[in-house]
Design a protein around this ligand. Structure first.
Ligand code: SF4
Length: 452
């Protein structure tokens, strides 16, 4: 009987994609997936350390796995992967003794099956936190459960060293994936029926192909746009410092590129942005937004925001609120600042905004953003939009969900046979996080494809 594995994933899209890669590697090594930790021979916890709370989740989970074994359950091989693995290394063995068998760093995930074998053979933890510069990835290994969309990594690591961010320490220096490798993976997605490709990297618009010096991010988008079968291209995240007019012109010219840009700002105050080492100002960011909107009037913007950064005053926070109003983001990921190990902010800046004040600020920011989103989504009511249906809705069995090119979530009634199709949908109702509508197509039968 095949041995079983379970991967539990915390954190960002990059981690989700790393989990898809590790799942594929384990299946190549003969494992089958299970959803039940009690049934698993191997449990991989793919961790995130971008926020303190996410890091705490690892130790909670390790405690639960230890208890499971104590209660007479199976004692699986436990592997810790991801940013906490890279950052904490052997400390994990001390903080949660007797649970972890494998610690695999962010750049070593392709060695996971070997490390599992090694841990079993030596009956002692196997650890690999080494940096590896090779960011190629073999075709056909990644396990992809999503039938509509697929992630493709284009850059690993980051050289920016923003003062709050742990990524350069956990994912290493910036390494570009070869263009040929990326295009082969995109063609594979198209050949297996996927309609949307989502390019991943810490700063995607910094891309320069190592195997074709004239190909930058714009060139890569143009090449992907030529792949038959791919209908939509998304990417996360571009950095506000690396936009050029050629990229904006390409985006306006190439219809498969989704009309959505995630444009992390982090704060509305130039003073705080300087302390964060973001290397742009409130004014230059707003200029960029104006340039983007001049080229792409229909584009939707989203962002990341941090409140309570060291030294952030009421006035600074007021600038974050006013920038939120001024830009009109379609969505926002907002966080309370927490010091992250090894970062410049942790070493040099006092975490001097009280927890109570951070909470007050994030509640105010999220309320403000909710109003903005409600207003933007309400404008869609009565309009007809193109929706790529990508999943059965989590809310109700008879409901599907999909996204517009602007990344607005649209819920609609319909059969699962529509998943993977792009439908014209008339929007009837709006909420702050999604809208509801109906397909305007004429249907032959409940389960049939719509005649568009
Ligand atoms: S650009 Fe800044 S925030 Fe983004 S990953 Fe790099 S260091 Fe972190």
């Amino acid at each position: 009987m095949a041995r079983k594995y379970l991967i539990e994933t915390f954190g960002c899209q990059m981690n989700v994609h790393d989990s898809e890669r590790m799942a594929g590697l384990l299946e190549q090594a003969g494992f089958e997936s299970t959803d039940d930790a009690g049934d698993a021979d191997v449990v991989v916890i793919n961790t995130c350390s971008v926020r303190e709370r996410a890091e705490g989740q690892l130790y909670t989970r390790l405690g639960e796995l230890r208890q499971l074994a104590k209660d007479g359950g199976r004692r699986p091989i436990v592997a810790v992967a991801g940013c906490v693995a890279q950052q904490e290394g052997e400390t994990i063995l001390r903080r949660a003794p007797g649970v972890t068998d494998v610690i695999v760093g962010t750049q070593a995930i392709r060695r996971l099956p070997v490390l599992i074998e090694q841990a079993e053979a030596q009956a002692a933890p196997a650890i690999d936190l080494n940096p590896y510069d090779d960011v190629t990835w073999p075709l056909g290994v990644t396990r992809r459960d999503d039938p509509v969309k697929g992630y493709v990594t284009i850059i690993e690591g980051c050289n920016e060293f923003c003062s709050f961010c742990v990524v350069p320490y956990t994912r290493g220096h910036e390494r570009m994936r070869p263009r040929t490798d990326i295009l082969a993976e995109v063609r594979e997605l198209a050949a297996t029926g996927r309609k949307e490709v989502q390019l991943l990297g810490q700063i995607v618009n910094h891309y320069e192909a190592p195997d074709e010096p004239s190909c930058d991010f714009t060139g890569l988008l143009e090449a992907i746009h030529d792949v038959d079968g791919i209908e939509r291209i998304r990417f996360a995240s571009p950095h506000p410092r690396h936009f050029d007019d050629r990229f904006l012109a390409a985006m306006a010219r190439l219809p498969k590129i989704c009309r959505h840009l995630h444009l992390p700002v982090q704060s509305g105050s130039t003073r705080v942005l300087q302390a964060m080492r973001r290397r742009y100002t409130r004014e230059s960011y707003l200029d960029l937004v104006a340039r983007i909107r001049a080229s792409l009037p229909e584009v939707a913007l989203s962002t990341d925001m941090i409140v309570g950064f060291p030294g952030e005053t009421d006035e600074d926070f007021g600038e974050t609120l006013s920038l939120t109003d001024a830009v009109g983001y379609h969505s926002m990921f907002s966080f309370k600042y927490s010091p992250r190990p090894n970062t410049l902010a942790e070493k040099r800046l006092a975490d001097d905004v009280s927890e109570e004040e951070k909470t007050r600020r994030i509640v105010a920011l999220q309320a403000r953003q909710r109003d903005v989103q409600m207003r933007l989504n309400a404008r869609l009511v009565g309009r007809t939009v193109d929706v790529l249906v990508d999943a059965a809705s989590r809310r109700r069995e008879t409901e599907l969900s999909g996204r517009t090119t602007q990344n607005v979530v649209v819920n609609l009634p319909g059969p699962n046979a529509w998943i993977g199709r792009t439908l014209r949908v008339r929007v009837e109702r709006a909420g702050p996080h999604s809208v509801w509508g109906r397909s305007t197509a004429v249907f032959d039968s409940e389960a049939a494809a719509p005649r568009l």
